[in-house]
Design a protein around this ligand. Structure first.
Ligand SMILES: NC(=O)c1ccc[n+]([C@@H]2O[C@H](COP(=O)([O-])OP(=O)(O)OC[C@H]3O[C@@H](n4cnc5c(N)ncnc54)[C@H](O)[C@@H]3O)[C@@H](O)[C@H]2O)c1
Ligand SMILES: O=C(O)C[C@H](O)C(=O)O
Ligand SMILES: [Mn+2]
Length: 569
């Protein structure tokens, strides 16, 4: 969209990410139908069928988006199992992006677990078997020197706002999935579009294929990634750095989201790049932020004060220490304690039991601040979770261990002996790896537990009543967290607060940001991409014919014809 177009369509004048107004394309006929960002299928109007030479390529009846959603939903429902539904949705996305997002937005609660955890985990584990069409950017460590060229196909320097990248080493709780990790980047970006209105054609999913240590994949003839052991050390760091520098050069405004890196790399990479650029690790920071929000909600219900609260983290890896850091920040902020003092309210447990200072050499840098003095535990058993719970008497127990069933009846009832409302969050994904099932937590505590989970669970029943369980993952929620159906308005609210804080700290890069609350909200809403058809405008281009035949340089890529791409033509 040209900036003149943006101006005309926005009451606020120039908006950098305006999503309103006609979309320009040079594509016609089959090339247009095969471009998911523009394709409207049976919803192309008569005028568009004239302009874009679509007569003869479509049945004559013109349908509405609502009618298309009805048909697509019936097709979706007819799929036998969750993985088949996930595959159906993937092919829907390859055909018609607006319809894909509209269908999900209209059935958000039902479809979240299909397009995301837990079913997306199965799709990733079966990536090389289910593969039909590539999506996103595949970079491999054997070809580091062409990274810049490889990522150059996705638009001009102002065309990409958000990059999600994974090296596939710790996908959800299912470990090393090699090149299949591209699907976690794709799924996270779909969540950004659904929940926050991030423009789908301004995002870039990436996998960094560094090999895999997953023997099953290495022995699978159909495996699509590099068939070699994972690279480590300097070579790995060089690969990540080349990728980051290439992104900075080609898409200087893009924000990089790191996802599902392994324990020894996730925090290290985040710490390395945070001072230099806009980046984020979801497992460290996203998990920390959403878990903290659920803890705040639970504290209100349980009437726990920050100054007295005690926390046990079970599984102190990337997510566990990420949560611990945000919790200690919150304690420090609420009580005026130093961060070190605040950390004393958190007990971290991992495979060998409670983290102790004497084992410093075996701890990760992120675990060290939480290691306890050995002397304090000389006479107390700290080798298993139940013993630690007995001594610490925590208000909050969080599981990010990937150890299913670790929160046993004994552990939970020990906790319930010491606090009125045990706050228990089994967060390990996918569902089968959860440390406990919500229904058990209710049954074992006579309905007193306050529960949030990593993947969605059905409501639990207690004394004839039903209680929703909050899934703690990006943007989803009910029970302790707001309902997922309200997620876009919540995003507006969060964006408003972030913008206002940026303005206060003199960090805002945009000028003319509305100062009035309601105007600012409207300004944000206007920039959120919504799943609706926009008018299409044919633009002339000398390469249009070659483009339509798939001969133009970038046309080999599936993102061809997105509004970014045509803007480059
Ligand atoms: N719900 C969410 O929002 C969310 C977000 C991020 C991660 N997670 C889940 O958390 C889990 C961990 O992810 P991660 O990225 O932190 O992985 P990670 O590998 O970085 O950390 C896992 C930690 O658990 C420890 N652990 C393994 N087995 C254990 C056992 N038997 N007892 C105690 N500790 C044990 C490991 O030593 C490691 O320190 C995954 O299942 C992931 O899906 C959930
Ligand atoms: O945050 C989530 O929704 C999932 C998480 O990133 C995970 O790795 O399990
Ligand atoms: Mn993750």
């Amino acid at each position: 969209m040209s900036s003149a177009q943006e101006k005309k369509n926005s009451k606020f004048g120039h908006l950098p990410l305006s999503t309103s107004g006609p979309q320009e394309t040079a594509l016609t006929g089959n090339a247009l139908l095969r471009t998911p960002y523009f394709n409207k299928g049976s919803a192309f109007t008569e005028e568009e069928r004239d302009t874009f030479k679509l007569h003869g390529l479509l049945p004559s009846n013109v349908q509405t988006l609502e009618e298309q959603v009805r048909r697509a939903y019936a097709q979706y429902q007819s799929r036998q199992d969750d993985l088949a539904k996930n595959t159906f949705m993937t092919s829907m996305k390859e055909q018609n992006e607006v319809l894909y997002y509209r269908l999900i937005l209209d059935h958000l609660k039902e479809m979240f677990s299909i397009i995301y955890t837990p079913t997306e985990g199965d799709a990733i584990a079966n990536y090389s078997r289910l593969f039909r069409k590539p999506e996103g950017c595949y970079l491999d460590i054997e070809h580091m020197d062409r990274i810049e060229d490889d990522i150059d196909q996705f638009g001009g320097k102002d065309d990409v706002d958000l990059i999600v990248v994974s090296d596939g080493e710790q996908i959800l709780g299912i470990g090393d999935q090699g090149v299949g990790a591209i699907l976690i980047s794709v799924a996270k970006l779909a969540i950004y579009t659904l929940c926050a209105g991030i423009h789908p054609a301004r995002t870039l999913p990436v996998v960094l294929d560094c090999g895999t240590n997953n023997e099953e994949l290495l022995n699978d003839d159909l495996y699509l990634g590099l068939r070699q052991k994972r690279a480590r050390g300097e070579r790995y760091d060089e690969f990540v750095d080349k990728f980051v520098q290439a992104c900075r050069k080609r898409y200087p405004k893009a924000y990089i989201h790191f996802e599902d890196f392994g324990l020894n790399n996730a925090r290290r990479i985040l710490d390395k790049y945070t001072p230099k650029m806009a980046c984020f690790n979801d497992d460290v920071q996203g998990t920390g932020a959403v878990t903290l929000a659920a803890i705040m909600a639970a504290f209100k219900e349980a009437k726990v004060e920050w100054g007295d609260a005690r926390f046990v983290m079970f599984g102190s890896g990337t997510a566990g220490t990420g949560i611990a850091d945000q919790v200690s920040d919150a304690i420090a902020q609420e009580t005026g304690k130093s961060k070190e003092e605040a950390g004393q309210q958190i007990w971290c447990v991992d495979k060998p039991g409670l983290l102790l200072k004497s084992k410093k050499d075996e701890l990760t840098p992120a675990q060290i601040p939480y290691a306890r003095e050995d002397g304090d535990w000389d006479k107390k058993d700290h080798s298993d979770l139940r013993s630690v719970i007995k001594e610490v008497k925590p208000h909050v127990l969080i599981g990010t261990s990937t150890k299913p069933g670790a929160f046993t009846k004994e552990v939970v009832q020990e906790m319930a002996k010491h606090v009125d409302r045990p706050i228990i969050f089994p967060l390990s994904n996918p569902t089968r790896l959860h440390e406990a099932k919500p229904q058990d937590l209710f049954d074992w505590t006579d309905g007193k537990a306050l529960v949030a989970t990593g993947s969605p669970f059905p409501p639990v029943k207690h004394n004839g009543k039903e209680y929703d369980i909050s899934p703690i993952s990006n943007g989803t929620g009910s029970g302790l967290l707001p309902d997922v159906t309200d997620v876009r308005e919540i995003s507006v609210h969060i964006a408003k607060n972030v913008i206002q804080q940026a303005v206060k700290e003199d960090l805002a890069q945009e000028k003319d940001i509305p100062t009035d609350d309601a105007e600012l909200e409207e300004w944000i809403r206007e920039q959120m991409w919504d799943a609706k058809y926009r008018p299409l405008k044919l633009v002339e281009h000398e390469n249009a014919n070659a483009f339509a035949r798939g001969e133009a340089g970038a046309a080999s890529h599936q993102r061809m014809g997105s509004f970014n791409w045509t803007a480059r033509l």
